[in-house]
Design a protein around this ligand. Structure first.
Ligand code: IVH
Length: 715
């Protein structure tokens, strides 16, 4: 796309997004900012295209942004926004369909990309269930082609189809029943026997053949063709007039269960047979594989057969066959522990590396980015790619001017994987700079780390702007009207240098109101939005500080553990002493390991960070204490497991406790509510007795946690 788009325009924002994507060392915080930006840019591009027939960017750029959004959501399912543009492909941003809540949320899947990663997935299951290596390799799965379509949920009451919804944000989708009723693959009435209420999940898609015919018809009618079968299926499903949907030959493969008020078949393959008996189409390639070797052979076979299929697939989904084991494994975040999507290998291309550019992120990380001669990698035009860090460049001996292999894996950031040798030029090896390209301060690379960091801190403009953008992002201070562009603008004017300056912006209200693109009303709104955030929850504040490795989840853990701002600060400063009680306590919070503890301690060791925090607290009205976890039978309780558990593994015990709202800790203190004693419990049992903390044995724990008694847990 042209680089001449006016600064601040949607097209320019789109271009910057792609550049930043290629540059990023994609941690969770960065992904969150990117998704927030995409949630503004994509609807603007859609509106221009669909409502005003005036595209602002070329198709390749648009597709790259869509893929970027989808890829980030796939990689960080927890970051998916309520206003995610994903489900709004090819349609206006606010839909005319009623929203409907799923009885059981629609989750996503974790991805693996290689045999090693697939085997690691099986090992994780084995560790969780306490199985040996041989038993693990003998676990049966059902292998199903991963259809590249749209997932939907179909509700049947007393055997009758009553409602069909899109996935939406996973919790709530859009009611597209009228359109789904036109699909030949969706039975209106199930033959008996059937449960009273059941949600059936599957994938709606358009065959390649139907897609080509539809696009030919679009062109004849002077309409714009769809980019791919998935977009065409999405557009067809969200038609306002079901008669239009009826003319599009959408298909459905059914493959999962949502809510059901009666017991389902004890195996997943049994459930698929049930679906077929009810009249659904189950993918004929779905197969039970009896061990890891068969699972891997299935992947090999499908890789070869993929292009001959009449529908797009992007990998294979493996689901543990035994449902009782599925229940024990449960979910981690938004994906089940018992299933995984093994994606097809990355798509590759060769192109010229024109220049290695060094970009500076919020934490001062100097990230090398390859500027490439544009190349088509599996349908996406790539002009930048990640080079990771200094060591990777040295290891692969990547030099400016080289012909390089570029790869896009299932995730979205293209990577340079290697150099084409012999070289057709005579350039020297690349020397990684030891100064910051933005502010000139010297850069440091701490021992044992791979990343060079600018030492300029908040005097480095690159870091300031990125930090401020993070500071006002959705899970942080979430200030309406203070977007990326505005931050850059106010920073250039000298109004914004530190987070506290945000709360001083109201002093500039009159000047803001008179600026281009602003007015009295929008300036007032901004001032009000800022005022509303003078009272802030502790977890948001902790997250907003942008401390390395402290994403929103860790910030919440800290906030819940320490309760108040004053207590947290005091404890963090004391935790600087290695071996102190405070340091041990910090490290023993579930989810906070020693690497995270180190980051917190070094943040507080810096005088300028303490000053920033002082300055910030001086402009805030109040930092509200954090509430304890609300749901679950063991809400807010701290539990310690000790000794050898004989009926479950530690990870399983921990997962069950956390599901019930408890916090699991490794050490017994006065704050512990319960110690579960396995066999040969030693010093922790004594300590619990000394401190008068409640204890119980493993069998009582199972009862308390609502787990089936031992012996009765397999079916
Ligand atoms: S099972 C908890 N099975 O992939 C299990 N999903 O990356 C959830 N998909 O949202 C899904 N083919 O849209 C499942 N055979 C299959 C699938 C499949 C395609 C899609 C589905 C889901 C996404 C997750």
């Amino acid at each position: 796309m042209p680089h001449t788009a006016p600064p601040g325009s949607v097209a320019e924002q789109a271009r910057r997004l792609l550049a930043d994507n290629a540059a990023m060392e994609c941690d969770e915080a960065h992904a969150r900012t990117m998704l927030a930006r995409l949630a503004t840019v994509l609807p603007a591009l859609d509106a221009a295209y669909h409502q005003h027939d005036a595209p602002l960017v070329d198709d390749a750029t648009y597709d790259s942004l869509r893929r970027l959004n989808a890829g980030l959501e796939e990689r960080f399912p927890g970051l998916r926004r309520d206003d995610s543009p994903t489900e709004k492909v090819g349609a206006p941003a606010s839909g005319p369909f009623h929203r409907h809540r799923h009885m059981v949320p629609m989750l996503s899947l974790d991805n693996v990309f290689s045999r090693d990663e697939f085997e690691a997935f099986i090992s994780r299951i084995a560790r969780f269930l306490g199985l040996g290596e041989d038993q693990a390799r003998a676990l049966s799965f059902v292998a199903e082609p991963k259809i590249d379509g749209l997932s939907i949920s179909l509700t049947y009451e007393h055997g009758r189809f009553v409602r069909g919804t899109t996935r939406g944000d996973g919790t709530e989708g859009e009611d597209v029943s009228a359109n789904l009723r036109t699909l030949k693959d969706i039975p209106d009435q199930l033959p008996a026997p059937f449960p009273d209420v059941i949600e059936i999940r599957g994938e709606v898609f358009l065959s390649k053949q139907a897609f080509l015919e539809l696009n030919a018809a679009q062109e004849r009618a002077g309409e714009k063709p769809f980019a791919n079968p998935r977009n065409a299926a999405a557009g067809s499903l969200r038609q306002l007039d079901p008669k239009v949907t009826a003319r599009r030959p959408l298909s459905l493969f059914a493959y999962a269960a949502g809510f059901c008020d009666a017991p389902l078949a004890p195996t997943h393959h049994g459930y698929l047979e049930q679906l077929a008996a009810w009249g659904f189409v189950v993918n004929p390639l779905s197969t039970r594989v009896k061990d890891a070797a068969e699972a891997e052979a299935f992947m090999e076979r499908l890789t070869l057969e993929r292009s001959a299929l009449d529908y797009d697939i992007d990998g294979v989904v493996y689901k543990l066959d035994d449902r009782a084991l599925q229940d024990r494994l449960g979910f981690a975040g938004r994906a089940p522990r018992w299933a995984v999507a093994w994606k097809f290998a990355a798509e590759q291309a060769v192109t010229r590396l024109e220049k290695i550019d060094i970009q500076v992120g919020r934490t001062g990380a100097l990230t090398p980015v390859a500027f490439l001669e544009a190349v088509n990698v599996g349908g996406v035009i790539v002009t930048r790619a990640s080079l990771h860090n200094e060591d990777e460049i040295t290891r692969k001996d990547i030099r400016e001017g080289d012909l390089v292999h570029v790869q896009r894996a299932g995730d979205v950031i293209p990577q340079v994987t290697g150099v084409v040798l012999p070289r057709d030029h005579d350039r020297p090896p690349f020397h990684f700079p030891h100064t910051c390209p933005v502010c000139g301060a010297h850069a440091e690379r701490p021992e044992g780390e791979v990343v060079w960091r600018c030492s300029g801190g908040l005097t480095c403009p690159a870091q300031v702007v990125e930090r401020l953008i993070h500071f006002v992002s959705r899970d942080a201070f979430d200030i309406d009207g203070l977007g990326d562009r505005t931050i850059v603008e106010f920073h250039e004017l000298g109004w914004l240098r530190t987070p506290a300056d945000i709360f001083r912006l109201p002093e500039h209200e009159a000047e803001i109101a008179s600026r281009d693109g602003w007015g009295k009303v929008s300036a007032r709104n901004l001032v009000n939005a800022i005022a509303a955030r003078r009272t802030i929850e502790l977890s948001r504040l902790i997250y907003a500080l942008g401390i390395r490795r402290i994403g929103i989840n860790n910030a919440r853990l800290l906030a819940r553990h320490y309760g108040s701002m004053a207590n947290w600060r005091q404890q963090m400063e004391k935790a600087a002493v290695i071996g102190s009680d405070e340091r041990l306590e910090l490290g023993s919070i579930t989810g906070i390991g020693s690497a995270i503890a180190d980051e917190l301690v070094s943040f507080f060791a810096e005088a300028h960070n303490r000053a920033t925090l002082d300055d910030l607290t001086s402009v805030l009205a109040q930092v509200t204490d954090e509430e304890m976890v609300a749901e679950g039978a063991l809400s807010g309780k701290t539990i310690v497991f000790t000794g050898t558990l004989t009926t479950m593994t530690r990870p399983e015990a921990r997962a069950v406790a956390e599901r019930l709202g408890a916090r699991v800790s490794d050490s017994v203190s006065r704050k512990t509510d319960l110690v579960v004693l396995g066999e040969k419990a030693g010093s922790k049992a004594r300590k619990a007795a000394e401190l008068g903390v409640a204890t119980m044995d493993e069998a009582s724990w199972r009862t308390l946690a609502g787990m089936p008694p031992v012996g009765g847990q397999t079916t």
